[in-house]
Ligand binder design. Sequence first.
Ligand code: ZN
Length: 338
Amino acid sequence: MTYRTTLTHFIQEQETHVTGATGEFTSLLNDVSAACKAVADLVGRGSLYGELGAAIGINVQDETQKQLDVMANDLALSWCERGGQLFAMASEEMVDVYPVPEGYKRGRYLLIFDPLDGSSNIEVNGPMGTIFSVLRASEKPSANLADDFLQPGTEQLCAGYVLFGPATLMVLTTGNGVNGFTLNPDIGEFVLTHPGIRIPEDTKEYAINASNARFWEPPVRRYIDECLAGKAGPRGKDFNMRWVAAMVADVHRVLSRGGIFMYPLDDKIRDKGGRLRLLYEANPMSFIVEQAGGMASTGRGRILDVQPTGLHQRIPVILGARNEVQRLVDYHKEFDAK
Ligand code: ZN
């Protein structure tokens, strides 16, 4: 077997370009990748461990929590709490933040994660993923530790996701482009397979949950209507639609072959502010998409600029091919000016 750049070596190499870097970051990402391998192992066994898709309660988001969600969350916590680099963690599956417990060394970083994105795909053996984001911890921790996590997406030091598909793949940015690493299960290492991922500016493919069409705002309706009109319509080309219903898988497709992904504001979710979570999903994915040359907007502003007001805040998400996202932003602007 010939050598290929491992994730660890890749991060080490990147860290040598940062003055003052001490290997902390390499160590932190090693823990995160180990956690993701543990979740990949769990997910990869399907129902062999029992009814993993069984609903066991309702989470903080008012959504059905499945056994596998909770198991993935616990795995992530236990793999990451003892490495010495983290001060605290926040997860989509936990109401409050999780300070690194007494007895373990506390570090200078905060970890935010969605342990199992797309867990409604468990029953159908469809793709799922883990999403993560790293922030710097405050020098003087707030009395309410959750406040320290409320940093805009521009403050992220690193963001990534791991897609549990036919292959397990990690896509990562540390603010210097986007790279993809495939897990080689034989050696237990993520190896660099997708260097310098870029999203084409144009596309003929869109992803949206069309069952919500009757709730959409006019700018989104207009955009989709124009796509549906195809060659004969104002866009002058035919479009394809794709929807996996796991954000990681849908965004990964956009990164792999282009496209636009939308979970926009609509009348059904207006009270909640959107569907996807700003800290666990929108911010890490927007950082990755921008680093790959794409664009990520609420429709009315850059996602990464949003000042979070709550750990579990939701937000509208439109991301992917730069020219398509810009078009939707323009449609919102035109509509709002009326
Ligand atoms: Zn999710």
